[in-house]
Design a protein around this ligand. Structure first.
Ligand code: HEC
Length: 193
């Protein structure tokens, strides 16, 4: 992954010098597509690891237990994936619950606003993503849709004991009031090409 753009440059130089019959055709677009595919895979892994963990925690002890588990496991999954993959992996939202981890930077803010618009225009939130080279860095975001499961902790009607647990863990919580189908936030990845 780290070598993709470097390899591309080499290929271009060889091709420009008229050699390399056997050199596979490469282009900047293809390299970005490869990085995008890798990022999408990691985002899928994040959601695919967290969701069953959350579901199990809620089955065992309801939403309050879900909050306890999520507050520990979600940052841990992000950290493990970052260490394993070499990408920086995090979750962000325009209305962050964990403000220390999930507050978006300028690019992420603009992309999250774009995601909201795309969702409002009819694109299913789960299919919305964006990849871009930003200041030489490859960045990717995958929207996270608000499904029925999410509403007990992110919806418009939060049970009092859930509100109390949220207030205890996240006194600055902004992440309630969502409707099913809306973009709750995104998994955000970045790496040097
Ligand atoms: C049991 C309660 C609970 C449920 C259900 C739940 N969440 Fe969360 N969510 C949390 C907590 C707690 C955090 C903060 C985790 C942390 O500290 O990183 C959070 C954080 C997030 C974040 C990271 C951004 C932020 O605001 O901190 C996203 C994105 C998110 N949730 C999406 C979802 C989606 C999508 C669903 C449904 C599939 C869902 N959540 C279901 C409790 C819940």
């Amino acid at each position: 992954m780290k070598k993709t753009l470097g390899t591309f440059m080499t290929v271009m130089m060889i091709t420009a010098c008229g050699g390399a019959d056997e050199t596979p055709v490469a282009s900047a677009t293809i390299d970005q597509a490869a990085m995008q595919q890798e990022a999408a895979g990691i985002a899928g892994q994040f959601a695919g690891t967290l969701l069953p963990t959350l579901q199990q925690a809620m089955q065992e002890g309801g939403a309050v237990n879900g909050i306890n588990v999520c507050s520990v496991q979600a940052p841990l999954i992000a950290q493990n994936l970052s260490e394993q993959s070499g990408w920086q992996v995090k979750r962000v939202s325009l209305k962050a619950r964990n403000s220390a981890l999930a507050t978006p930077d300028a690019w992420e803010t603009a992309v999250l606003q774009e995601f909201d618009q795309r969702q409002q225009s009819g694109e299913p939130a789960g299919q919305i993503n964006k990849a871009e080279l930003v200041d030489g860095e490859f960045r990717y975001m995958q929207a996270q849709p608000t499904g029925p499961l999410c509403l007990s902790c992110h919806g418009t009607e939060i049970a009092p004991e859930v509100s109390a647990a949220l207030a205890q863990h996240y006194p600055m919580d902004l992440a309630t009031g969502y409707l099913e189908g809306q973009v709750r936030g995104a998994i955000s990845l970045r790496a040097q090409p």
